[in-house]
Design a protein around this ligand. Sequence first.
Ligand SMILES: Nc1ncnc2c1ncn2[C@@H]1O[C@H](COP(=O)(O)OP(=O)(O)OP(=O)(O)O)[C@@H](O)[C@H]1O
Length: 295
Amino acid sequence: MSCRFFGAYLSRSGNLRIKFHNPISLTNFLNPKSPKSKPIQPFPRNPTFFSSSSKMGDARRPLSANIPPPDKAERLELLRSLEFSLNSSFSSEPLLPKPSPLIIVISGPSGVGKDAVIKRLREVREGLHFVVTATSRSMRPGEVDGEDYYFVSKEEFLAMIERNELLEYALVYGDYKGIPKRQIREFMAQGFDIVLRVDIQGAETLRKILGKSAVFVFLMAESELKLVERLIDRKTETKESLLVRVATAREEVRHVKNFDYVVVNAEGKLENAAKLVGSIIDAEKAKVWQRNASV
Ligand SMILES: Nc1ncnc2c1ncn2[C@@H]1O[C@H](COP(=O)(O)OP(=O)(O)OP(=O)(O)O)[C@@H](O)[C@H]1O
């Protein structure tokens, strides 16, 4: 759609008219159902410009008659005379409403650095809420309830499923893990963007639930070798789980096509990866067509 602004003139009735360069585009813009137009969604971040209706009586008088020469007049005088000519004052209210809160899903193969990137984002970026997952597994030494996970009994977890309190849940190695909806709702209502960290299967499920209303970011290592080295160096896996994670990672890379963005977390370049995720969030905030997630 191209609605190029062409000019303004006074109609016989004294109304200020805006002329578009391409009348067909204007028809499409005003009437999305027009057969020549593609379907257009409602414009969610509608700029609030000053009113274009003018009550000036004399249609033949040039619009600029009351405006002093800009090189001689004071700014305030020019402002007032422009307002007078347009018969409307300039508002200092923001032209755009605030962008809607985002849901950002960060996923990727085991060992790619999801936790590391999120930890860095947490340090450098405000306005994000990192969702704490609920789990039925028991607390490990050093873990803090409400920080690492919300630790609940298996019965309580099953009751949460029954009450439809979880956005997504899975049974992982005998333990339940799930994303509490209430936490997301509460923080979104306060204007926070929401960060969810899930494995590839979780991301696939969330895509089905949230569709395009959320942003899906796939974290990738620069090579398969680097990913495996990272997992080995972390020294958290048994030989069996190492094999499973590496074999799964090979398969998981194919799922990248279902994501919106891919970020390479290269060796020693964690800072760059976190920055790129931050830039993705910034770009999403600047979108005209905002994603409007609701949970
Ligand atoms: N850019 C990087 N350069 C070097 N090492 C990194 C980088 N990013 C992460 N690491 C290290 O790689 C290991 C794996 O990272 P991390 O635990 O964050 O991965 P993960 O994706 O959360 O894994 P999992 O899904 O298994 O929990 C950690 O030891 C981490 O410190």
